[in-house]
Write a protein of this length. Structure first.
Length: 94
């Protein structure tokens, strides 16, 4: 029975990791889609009526890719990072 429980826990952890990754990917693509939409609207539609509004939209669109990258990479190393030397101290050098 213990072996079955361990397997189930591992599967749950993997599913949770996939869910987090899927959520990050969806958020990234949503933000980047908004960026592309803002650029297209600013350059093709809004500039005909208001140039300052088009410039503001372009500036906002320029700020979105770093935000999208941050969202996509947030927590990405939680499951895949090997332990650093600080987490498991070895024998003292004395």
């Amino acid at each position: 029975m213990r072996r079955t429980r361990r397997t189930r826990r591992t599967r749950r952890t993997r599913r949770t990791g996939r869910t987090r990754r899927t959520r990050r990917h969806r958020a990234y693509f949503a933000i980047m889609g908004a960026c592309v939409l803002l650029i297209l609207l600013a350059w093709n539609v809004v500039r005909l009526w208001s140039t300052p509004a088009a410039v503001v939209m372009s500036v906002v669109a320029a700020l979105l890719p770093p935000v999208a990258a941050f969202v996509a990479n947030q927590g990405a190393l939680d499951d895949s990072a090997p332990p650093s030397g600080d987490e498991h101290p070895g024998p003292s050098p004395d």
